[in-house]
Structures are given as structure tokens and as C-alpha cells.
Design a binder for this molecule. Structure first.
Ligand code: PLP
Length: 389
């Protein structure tokens, strides 16, 4: 039986045909090492000639279930996982980039990714060229000038800018450039970058994939040859996904389609409510028809996602007052959880940047990011209404 729909894949893909004792849920293998009676078999597994596990920094049965599920959801041949989203990103950059290489990206990547570009890659002689996020022509021109990798994120954190993946992947292909897309905000339910021409798609599994703010992880999906190279680096680098986290993330992914469909709907309703509110200066959500990326998002996404951000007419002080009055939201970093999360980028995703760097990235100090959970939309709006009053 071939799973075709994402909701079905989320439940069934990657699951073992036969778990020990007929268990219907893959147990958590906390054991670090795997024993062999037969030396030839041991050697065959160690050399990768035979399926099996040697040591949990390399592979683990429950981690493999998570990876199989994610590969299926992204329509990829293979996937490899990491201890965090940032580990997925840094391992991808350090696997495929070498001294003298150029990587082209955008100013609005996740704050940690931006730090890799501006602080760490240059130390290894790798130049990161960061273009204005909405400027497709500038990105295409930099790709044509020559680079090793085009690194994209869409929608972006925290102002939800949208990039045309198919258009930029075409430009990259023409120049023989590898395309990597951070798909954390969209999730594979809403967007599949590989189908749009990307070579690799990665996620912070900590967000929507796990979905409950109780486990950290990262994953990269793509063709087997690229994933093999990445896995080889990660085995040695050591940023492996822990067995218990893999179990929690896998459990989260099984309900991913349900949660994301609900979060898409609620975020749309909340965005429309906020846009009509007199105290709100601007709402950033790709599902709004006047959002600059709306048409591209409509073409390349199946839903607009569960994250929006907005700026109050009263600036930082108004935002700080309103944030304090919210009852149905954790005032916390992160996004994509079953519970609504609200926080200003200045203290969450972009805390690594200075105020100056944030201003240069076009992030107003009074911006509030609002990641809707699976609560009722009516309750969330009533809460925003009293907090804004
Ligand atoms: C959170 C996040 C990351 C980093 O993931 P961690 O799991 O926190 O390391 C990377 N990219 C995006 C878009 C994110 O939201």
C-alpha cells in the first residue's frame, strides 16, 4: 500500500513493518551500542554493506523512523537528522562549502543562520553574500556571478517575506549551483521545495514537526548521494538526534497535517482580524491579499502557515503593554507549538543580532511575532481584543 496524501504519510511512512514483539509503536532504543556475535556481520554493518546499527552517534532505530517519515513527507529519496535545527543548518553549510566558496542568501534568514553567514563562515574563508530578501533580480545576479550554494528560507522569520523557489532554483540550476531551502515556517504540509527544484530541504524539527515545544531536532531531506555526504559529516561532527527526542518528534509528525491545517485557518482569521484593528499599524501574513508575496505564496504553497507578525501603531511600548495582557499565549521564543506563542524578535529569533543589525534586516523593534496554536480562533481573537483594548 503506497501512501499518497501527506496526512497518510505523516501517520504511516517510515514506520517499521515489524517492530520488536509486534509493538505498534517503535520503542525507544536508549542503548548506545549494538552487539554482534558474528564478526563478519559486524564488519558488514560497520562498512554499510548490510542494514543494522553499530553506535547511536551514527544510527538508531527510532531516529531512522523519524528520518523515513520526513523523507516521505518532503518527497525525497533520503533524510538525515540532527540534534537541533541549527545543527542541520551548520552541518549542511560545512559539508558542502569549502574555503574560497561563495554562498548566496538573503538578509532575512533565521537569526542563528545569519550569524553563521556573517560571523563563522568568513573565519573559514567562505564568503556569504546576503541580498535584500524580496529582490529576486539581485539574487539571480549574484548566483550568475558564481557561487557554490544558494541558501533560501521562505516564508522568512519574522516578517513572512516570500521567495519564488521555482524561479530562483531555475537560475541556480543554469549556473550549476546547489539550492538549499529552510522549510521550517511552511512545513511539508504547506510547501515542498524539492518539487519546486531545490536540491536539499531542511527543518528545525523543534517547531511544527514536533509541534509540542518538548523536543529539539533538525532534519535535512534530499537525494541519496547528497544525504550520504551530509550523514558522513554529521557522524563525525557528532550533532546526532537523541533517541528520546526522535520518539517525541515522530509522535508529533503523526498529527502534523491535522495541526497545520488548523493553524493555517486560524492564522488567516487572526491576520484578518488584526488588519482591521485601528491600533495595529501593519500585519505580515502571506495569506493577506495585499501581502507583497501573496501571489507567489498562492502558487507555491498549499496553505499560508501558522505564523504571523504585526506592528502596533504605538511602537515598542504599546507592544510591550499588549504582550503583558495576553492570556492565551506563552510569552516565549519558538513557534509551531499546539499552544500559541508570542514574542518580539528582539528577544527571540533575532536576539543574536544587535539593534543595528535588526534595523538593517528591516525588523521594527515593536514587532510582535504570533505563532498560533490549535486553540479555537474565537478564543484567540477575544484574547487579542482584550489585550489591545
Ligand atoms: C528555530 C529555527 C531554526 C533553528 O532551529 P533550532 O531547532 O532552534 O536550532 C532555523 N530556522 C528557522 C526558520 C527557525 O525558525
Amino acid at each position: 500500500m503506497e501512501e499518497t496524501d501527506a496526512a497518510t504519510k505523516a501517520v504511516w511512512a517510515g514506520e517499521p513493518k515489524q517492530a520488536p514483539h509486534g509493538a505498534t509503536v517503535m520503542p525507544v532504543f536508549h542503548g548506545v551500542t549494538y552487539a554482534y556475535e558474528d564478526l563478519d556481520e559486524w564488519r558488514a554493518v560497520a562498512l554499510g554493506e548490510q542494514a543494522g546499527h553499530i553506535y547511536s552517534r551514527n544510527t538508531n532505530p527510532g531516529v531512522a523512523v523519524f528520518e523515513g517519515k520526513m523523507a516521505a513527507l518532503e518527497g525525497a529519496e533520503a533524510a538525515t537528522s540532527f540534534s537541533t535545527g541549527m545543527a542541520a543548518i551548520s552541518n549542511t553549510l560545512f559539508t558542502f562549502l569549502s574555503p574560497g566558496d561563495r554562498v548566496v542568501s538573503i538578509r532575512d534568514t533565521y537569526g542563528g543562520t545569519n550569524k553563521l553567514f556573517i560571523e563563522f563562515l568568513p573565519r573559514f574563508g567562505i564568503e556569504a553574500v546576503l541580498c535584500d530578501t524580496g529582490d529576486h533580480e539581485a539574487i539571480e545576479a549574484e548566483v550568475a556571478r558564481g557561487c557554490r550554494m544558494l541558501y533560501l528560507e521562505t516564508p522568512t522569520n519574522p516578517t513572512l517575506k516570500v521567495l519564488d523557489i521555482a524561479r530562483l532554483a531555475k537560475a541556480a540550476q543554469a549556473a550549476g549551483v546547489m539550492v538549499v531551502v529552510d522549510n521550517t515556517f511552511a512545513t511539508p504540509i504547506n510547501q515542498n521545495p524539492l518539487a519546486l527544484g531545490a536540491d536539499l530541504v531542511l527543518h528545525s524539527a523543534t517547531k511544527f514537526l514536533g509541534g509540542h515545544s518538548d523536543a529539539m531536532g533538525g532534519v535535512v531531506c534530499g537525494p541519496s548521494d547528497l544525504i550520504r555526504q551530509l550523514f558522513h559529516f554529521r557522524e563525525i561532527n557528532g550533532a546526532s538526534l537523541d533517541a528520546m527526542s526522535a520518539f517525541l518528534l515522530t509522535r508529533g509528525v503523526r498529527t502534523l497535517a491535522l495541526r497545520v491545517e488548523r493553524q493555517n485557518q486560524t492564522a488567516q482569521v487572526v491576520a484578518e482580524y488584526l488588519r482591521a484593528h485601528p491600533k495595529v499599524a501593519a500585519v505580515y501574513y502571506p495569506g493577506l491579499p495585499d501581502h507583497p508575496g501573496h501571489e507567489i505564496a498562492r502558487a507555491q504553497m498549499k496553505g499560508f502557515g501558522g505564523v504571523l507578525s504585526f506592528d502596533l501603531a504605538g511602537g515598542f511600548d504599546a507592544m510591550a503593554g499588549m504582550l503583558k495582557r495576553l492570556k492565551l499565549a506563552h510569552r516565549a521564543a519558538s513557534l509551531g507549538s499546539v499552544g500559541t506563542l508570542a514574542g518580539p524578535p528582539a528577544t527571540t529569533s533575532h536576539v543574536e543580532l544587535s539593534a543595528e543589525e535588526r534595523a538593517r534586516a528591516g525588523i521594527p523593534e515593536g514587532l510582535l511575532r504570533y505563532s498560533v496554536g490549535i486553540e479555537s480562533a474565537d478564543d484567540l481573537i477575544a484574547d487579542l481584543e482584550q489585550a489591545l483594548a
